[in-house]
Design a protein around this ligand. Structure first.
Ligand SMILES: [Zn+2]
Ligand SMILES: [Zn+2]
Ligand SMILES: [Zn+2]
Length: 253
Protein backbone atom coordinates (compact mmCIF):
# COMPACT_ATOMS: atom_id res chain seq x y z
CA UNK A 1 0.00 0.00 0.00
CA UNK A 2 1.08 3.56 -0.65
CA UNK A 3 0.37 6.58 1.50
CA UNK A 4 0.73 9.98 -0.17
CA UNK A 5 0.77 13.18 1.84
CA UNK A 6 -1.44 15.36 -0.39
CA UNK A 7 -1.04 18.33 1.91
CA UNK A 8 0.75 18.97 5.21
CA UNK A 9 -0.16 22.57 6.03
CA UNK A 10 -2.13 24.05 8.89
CA UNK A 11 -5.60 25.50 8.43
CA UNK A 12 -4.36 28.60 6.58
CA UNK A 13 -1.99 26.82 4.20
CA UNK A 14 1.52 28.03 3.35
CA UNK A 15 2.24 30.56 2.02
CA UNK A 16 -0.28 32.29 4.23
CA UNK A 17 -2.06 35.18 2.52
CA UNK A 18 -0.30 38.45 3.28
CA UNK A 19 2.68 36.91 5.12
CA UNK A 20 6.23 37.74 4.14
CA UNK A 21 8.07 35.51 6.62
CA UNK A 22 11.03 33.39 5.52
CA UNK A 23 8.96 30.21 5.15
CA UNK A 24 6.02 31.82 3.31
CA UNK A 25 8.45 33.44 0.83
CA UNK A 26 10.82 30.45 0.63
CA UNK A 27 11.83 29.11 -2.79
CA UNK A 28 11.98 25.55 -1.38
CA UNK A 29 8.83 23.84 -2.75
CA UNK A 30 8.77 21.69 0.42
CA UNK A 31 7.82 24.87 2.31
CA UNK A 32 4.65 25.25 0.24
CA UNK A 33 1.98 23.36 2.12
CA UNK A 34 -1.63 22.85 1.10
CA UNK A 35 -4.15 21.93 3.76
CA UNK A 36 -3.51 18.55 5.41
CA UNK A 37 -4.92 15.52 3.57
CA UNK A 38 -3.68 12.11 2.46
CA UNK A 39 -4.32 9.36 -0.05
CA UNK A 40 -4.17 5.61 0.60
CA UNK A 41 -3.71 3.44 -2.49
CA UNK A 42 -3.55 -0.31 -2.93
CA UNK A 43 -3.52 -2.05 -6.31
CA UNK A 44 -7.32 -1.95 -6.41
CA UNK A 45 -8.51 0.66 -3.88
CA UNK A 46 -8.05 4.41 -3.46
CA UNK A 47 -9.14 6.25 -0.29
CA UNK A 48 -8.94 9.99 0.34
CA UNK A 49 -8.45 11.12 3.94
CA UNK A 50 -10.05 14.58 4.38
CA UNK A 51 -11.37 16.94 1.75
CA UNK A 52 -10.28 20.48 2.60
CA UNK A 53 -10.30 23.63 0.47
CA UNK A 54 -7.28 22.48 -1.60
CA UNK A 55 -8.74 19.12 -2.62
CA UNK A 56 -9.28 19.98 -6.31
CA UNK A 57 -5.65 20.98 -6.75
CA UNK A 58 -4.46 18.01 -4.69
CA UNK A 59 -6.45 15.52 -6.82
CA UNK A 60 -5.09 17.05 -10.03
CA UNK A 61 -1.52 17.13 -8.74
CA UNK A 62 -1.63 13.49 -7.60
CA UNK A 63 -3.48 12.49 -10.79
CA UNK A 64 -6.34 10.87 -8.90
CA UNK A 65 -9.08 9.97 -11.37
CA UNK A 66 -11.23 7.72 -9.22
CA UNK A 67 -11.98 7.33 -5.52
CA UNK A 68 -13.51 4.37 -3.70
CA UNK A 69 -14.22 6.32 -0.51
CA UNK A 70 -13.47 9.41 1.53
CA UNK A 71 -12.60 9.16 5.22
CA UNK A 72 -12.97 12.34 7.26
CA UNK A 73 -11.08 12.88 10.52
CA UNK A 74 -13.31 15.74 11.79
CA UNK A 75 -15.39 18.66 10.59
CA UNK A 76 -13.11 21.67 10.82
CA UNK A 77 -13.22 23.54 7.51
CA UNK A 78 -9.62 22.75 6.57
CA UNK A 79 -10.80 19.10 6.44
CA UNK A 80 -14.29 19.39 4.88
CA UNK A 81 -14.27 22.75 3.08
CA UNK A 82 -13.69 21.15 -0.34
CA UNK A 83 -16.44 18.54 -0.34
CA UNK A 84 -18.25 20.19 -3.29
CA UNK A 85 -15.14 19.62 -5.43
CA UNK A 86 -15.61 15.85 -5.03
CA UNK A 87 -18.41 16.00 -7.68
CA UNK A 88 -16.25 14.50 -10.48
CA UNK A 89 -15.84 11.37 -8.33
CA UNK A 90 -19.59 10.81 -8.00
CA UNK A 91 -21.33 11.81 -11.24
CA UNK A 92 -22.93 8.37 -11.49
CA UNK A 93 -22.35 6.43 -8.30
CA UNK A 94 -22.58 7.90 -4.81
CA UNK A 95 -19.21 8.32 -3.11
CA UNK A 96 -19.00 6.51 0.26
CA UNK A 97 -17.94 8.80 3.12
CA UNK A 98 -16.84 7.30 6.44
CA UNK A 99 -16.82 9.60 9.45
CA UNK A 100 -18.20 10.13 12.96
CA UNK A 101 -21.86 11.01 13.57
CA UNK A 102 -21.01 14.62 14.52
CA UNK A 103 -19.26 15.17 11.19
CA UNK A 104 -22.16 13.55 9.31
CA UNK A 105 -24.48 16.02 11.02
CA UNK A 106 -22.25 18.92 9.95
CA UNK A 107 -22.02 17.66 6.35
CA UNK A 108 -25.81 17.40 6.19
CA UNK A 109 -26.26 20.99 7.35
CA UNK A 110 -23.32 22.66 5.60
CA UNK A 111 -23.92 20.81 2.33
CA UNK A 112 -27.73 20.57 2.60
CA UNK A 113 -28.07 20.97 -1.22
CA UNK A 114 -26.05 17.77 -1.70
CA UNK A 115 -28.86 15.81 -0.05
CA UNK A 116 -31.72 17.62 -1.81
CA UNK A 117 -33.00 15.48 -4.67
CA UNK A 118 -34.63 18.57 -6.19
CA UNK A 119 -31.26 20.07 -7.08
CA UNK A 120 -29.81 19.31 -10.50
CA UNK A 121 -27.62 16.21 -10.07
CA UNK A 122 -24.55 17.86 -11.59
CA UNK A 123 -24.62 20.64 -9.00
CA UNK A 124 -24.29 18.43 -5.95
CA UNK A 125 -21.83 15.84 -4.71
CA UNK A 126 -23.66 12.55 -4.23
CA UNK A 127 -22.45 11.24 -0.88
CA UNK A 128 -23.26 7.96 0.82
CA UNK A 129 -22.67 8.61 4.51
CA UNK A 130 -21.43 5.84 6.81
CA UNK A 131 -21.15 6.53 10.54
CA UNK A 132 -18.04 5.13 12.21
CA UNK A 133 -16.91 5.15 15.80
CA UNK A 134 -14.22 2.71 16.94
CA UNK A 135 -14.95 -0.44 14.94
CA UNK A 136 -12.59 -1.28 12.04
CA UNK A 137 -14.15 -0.96 8.57
CA UNK A 138 -13.03 -1.96 5.10
CA UNK A 139 -13.12 -0.30 1.70
CA UNK A 140 -12.08 -2.73 -1.03
CA UNK A 141 -8.93 -4.44 0.23
CA UNK A 142 -8.02 -1.68 2.72
CA UNK A 143 -9.08 -2.03 6.37
CA UNK A 144 -8.94 0.99 8.65
CA UNK A 145 -9.11 1.04 12.45
CA UNK A 146 -10.41 4.34 13.88
CA UNK A 147 -8.16 5.81 16.60
CA UNK A 148 -9.89 8.04 19.19
CA UNK A 149 -7.77 11.15 19.78
CA UNK A 150 -8.24 14.53 21.45
CA UNK A 151 -8.22 17.68 19.33
CA UNK A 152 -8.79 20.21 22.12
CA UNK A 153 -12.09 19.04 23.61
CA UNK A 154 -13.14 17.39 20.32
CA UNK A 155 -13.13 13.60 20.41
CA UNK A 156 -12.02 12.96 16.81
CA UNK A 157 -10.43 10.10 14.90
CA UNK A 158 -7.09 9.13 13.45
CA UNK A 159 -6.76 5.88 11.53
CA UNK A 160 -4.53 2.86 11.56
CA UNK A 161 -4.03 0.76 8.44
CA UNK A 162 -1.68 -2.21 8.82
CA UNK A 163 1.57 -0.95 10.32
CA UNK A 164 0.82 2.69 9.45
CA UNK A 165 -1.10 5.22 11.54
CA UNK A 166 -2.37 8.63 10.44
CA UNK A 167 -3.17 11.20 13.14
CA UNK A 168 -3.51 14.79 11.97
CA UNK A 169 -5.10 17.44 14.23
CA UNK A 170 -4.29 16.29 17.76
CA UNK A 171 -3.61 17.81 21.18
CA UNK A 172 -3.31 14.55 23.11
CA UNK A 173 -3.72 10.82 22.72
CA UNK A 174 -5.81 8.87 25.27
CA UNK A 175 -4.13 5.96 27.07
CA UNK A 176 -6.59 3.52 25.48
CA UNK A 177 -5.46 4.64 22.01
CA UNK A 178 -1.76 4.12 22.79
CA UNK A 179 -2.72 0.45 23.12
CA UNK A 180 -3.77 0.51 19.44
CA UNK A 181 -0.43 1.98 18.30
CA UNK A 182 1.94 -0.90 19.03
CA UNK A 183 4.26 -2.35 16.37
CA UNK A 184 4.02 0.60 13.99
CA UNK A 185 6.28 1.01 11.02
CA UNK A 186 5.10 4.48 9.98
CA UNK A 187 3.41 7.18 12.06
CA UNK A 188 2.01 10.37 10.52
CA UNK A 189 1.41 12.90 13.31
CA UNK A 190 0.28 16.52 13.58
CA UNK A 191 2.81 19.06 14.91
CA UNK A 192 1.95 22.75 14.56
CA UNK A 193 5.02 24.80 15.55
CA UNK A 194 7.83 25.12 18.11
CA UNK A 195 6.45 27.64 20.59
CA UNK A 196 3.18 29.20 21.76
CA UNK A 197 1.11 26.28 23.04
CA UNK A 198 -2.15 25.78 21.11
CA UNK A 199 -5.27 24.33 22.77
CA UNK A 200 -6.01 22.02 19.84
CA UNK A 201 -2.58 21.02 18.48
CA UNK A 202 0.70 19.59 19.73
CA UNK A 203 3.93 21.53 19.47
CA UNK A 204 6.99 19.90 17.89
CA UNK A 205 8.56 18.87 21.23
CA UNK A 206 5.28 17.32 22.41
CA UNK A 207 4.93 15.45 19.13
CA UNK A 208 8.51 14.18 19.34
CA UNK A 209 7.79 12.85 22.84
CA UNK A 210 4.66 11.08 21.55
CA UNK A 211 6.64 9.51 18.70
CA UNK A 212 9.31 8.31 21.11
CA UNK A 213 6.67 6.77 23.38
CA UNK A 214 4.92 4.97 20.49
CA UNK A 215 8.21 3.89 18.93
CA UNK A 216 7.47 3.56 15.19
CA UNK A 217 10.37 2.88 12.82
CA UNK A 218 9.80 6.31 11.25
CA UNK A 219 7.50 9.28 11.77
CA UNK A 220 6.50 12.26 9.64
CA UNK A 221 4.81 15.42 10.87
CA UNK A 222 1.86 17.10 9.14
CA UNK A 223 -0.47 20.08 9.77
CA UNK A 224 2.45 22.48 10.16
CA UNK A 225 2.31 26.25 10.46
CA UNK A 226 4.73 28.69 8.81
CA UNK A 227 7.05 28.69 11.80
CA UNK A 228 8.66 25.46 10.60
CA UNK A 229 11.16 25.68 7.75
CA UNK A 230 11.49 22.29 6.07
CA UNK A 231 15.29 21.97 5.88
CA UNK A 232 16.18 23.74 9.13
CA UNK A 233 13.59 21.87 11.20
CA UNK A 234 14.51 18.48 9.78
CA UNK A 235 18.20 19.11 10.46
CA UNK A 236 17.33 19.67 14.12
CA UNK A 237 15.01 16.64 14.43
CA UNK A 238 16.13 13.05 15.07
CA UNK A 239 16.74 11.21 11.81
CA UNK A 240 13.71 8.94 12.16
CA UNK A 241 11.35 11.89 12.77
CA UNK A 242 10.98 14.36 9.92
CA UNK A 243 8.60 16.98 8.59
CA UNK A 244 6.64 15.71 5.61
CA UNK A 245 6.07 17.70 2.43
CA UNK A 246 3.27 17.85 -0.11
CA UNK A 247 3.60 14.88 -2.46
CA UNK A 248 5.66 12.68 -0.14
CA UNK A 249 4.76 9.07 -0.98
CA UNK A 250 5.57 6.24 1.40
CA UNK A 251 5.38 2.49 0.91
CA UNK A 252 3.47 1.12 3.90
CA UNK A 253 3.00 -2.43 5.08
ZN1 LIG B 1 -6.86 21.01 10.67
ZN1 LIG C 1 4.56 33.20 7.00
ZN1 LIG D 1 -9.04 20.62 13.31
Amino acid sequence: MQLTILGCGGSLGIPMIGCECAVCTSSDPRNQRTRTAALLRSATTTILIDSGPDVRYQMLRAQVKQLDAVVITHHHQDHIGGVDDLRPFCWHTPLPVYTQAATIERLRSQYAYAFDPGDSPSTRPKLELHAIDTQPFSVGDITLTPLPIWHGDWDIRGFRCGACAYITDVSSIPESTYALLHDLDTLILGALRYTQPHPMHMLVDEAVAVVERIGPRRAYFVHMAHDLDYAATNAALPEHIQLSYDGLTLECA
